[in-house]
Ligand binder design. Structure first.
Ligand code: NDP
Ligand code: OAA
Length: 267
């Protein structure tokens, strides 16, 4: 039996997602994947289990980059990463609703681009259903703590309503094309649903701030000629960064395990 070299992984972002992903990789928990370096804006010193590098340096030694930093990284570095022959696993899927960027990434290579399902489930089934014909009614409702949804573009009236809310307040209704741009750190799930459905404009999104939301929830409802679908997830938020659900790094690790794909695993 032939054995292949492990995937050499560079991790961008040492935050709520990156710390868990980096720790698990460094502990050898993903067969066939090794953490080679970490890239982050902040000096990380000895707190990381692999050397901190610049992205340019990472591209010299890695064959897979995991983005767990933000949409800006996908925008700024996506093409360069893929053009260097390095694969890219994207957590900040919101960047991919920009059609120009998505086209650029599709045409770049030889590296390949992947995305993780992140905080939302059911994407595989939506993709399968869409292959039978378009899903003509797709709706996502994301509910989070108000503080995780505050944005610099919001006016005082909206911020006041969110801060004084005693129940759920809808803070934006739009499509999966508009919403991830307005909440770049908080509504990547909308873009992930759009990627599964194949149409950002067809996914209607409602973003709800709820002071009682101990769990972040994402409810996806879709229907088409062949059936109807409903997925509801409720996650505990990360304690340090409640905009991100605790499950997300484990979704990234699941995606990494599939990419590293070693014998002995049933994926
Ligand atoms: N698909 C999904 O379901 C989800 C996707 N996400 C995406 O993942 C991203 C990361 O989430 P999370 O770990 O919670 O975020 P955190 O803010 O906890 O951590 C992000 C880290 O990346 C660093 N960073 C940001 N920009 C750059 C850059 N250009 N170069 C190097 N480092 C950078 C940040 O540093 P600094 O703070 O100094 O900028 C920070 O240390 C989110 O912004 C979001 O886009 C998040 C949750 C769910
Ligand atoms: O972690 C979550 O529940 C969702 C999230 O932040 C995002 O979609 O960007």
């Amino acid at each position: 039996m032939s054995s292949t070299a492990p995937r050499s992984v560079g991790l961008i972002g040492w935050g709520a997602i990156g710390r868990v992903v980096g720790g698990a990789l460094a502990a050898g928990e993903i067969p066939g994947a090794e953490l080679v370096c970490v890239v982050d804006n902040r000096p990380l010193g000895d707190s990381v289990p692999a050397p901190q590098r610049t992205l340019e340096q990472a591209l010299e030694s890695c064959d897979l980059i995991v983005e767990a930093a933000g949409q800006g990284v996908v925008r700024e570095w996506g093409t360069t990463i893929l053009a260097s022959g390095t694969d890219l696993l994207v957590a900040s899927t919101g960047a991919l609703t920009d059609e120009r960027l998505a086209k650029e990434l599709l045409n770049a290579g030889p590296g390949r681009v992947y995305f993780t399902g992140g905080a939302v489930g059911g994407l595989d089934l939506l993709q399968a259903a869409r292959a039978m014909g378009p899903l003509d009614d797709v709706h996502l409702t994301t509910t989070k703590l108000p503080s995780t949804l505050e944005q610099p573009w919001m006016d005082e009236e909206l911020l006041g309503r969110m801060r004084s809310a005693t129940g759920p307040v809808e803070v934006m209704a739009g499509t999966a094309r508009d919403v991830p741009v307005k909440f770049p750190k908080s509504t990547n799930v909308a873009a992930s649903v759009a990627l599964a459905v194949g149409d950002s404009d067809a996914v209607r999104v409602s973003v709800v701030a709820d002071p009682a939301a101990r769990h972040t929830s994402h409810v996806v409802e879709a229907s088409g000629a062949h059936g109807s679908y409903r997925f509801e997830v409720r996650h505990l938020p990360d304690t340090a960064n409640p905009a991100t659900s605790q499950v997300v790094p484990y979704a990234v690790l699941r995606s990494l395990a599939a990419l590293a794909g070693r014998t002995g695993q049933i994926l």
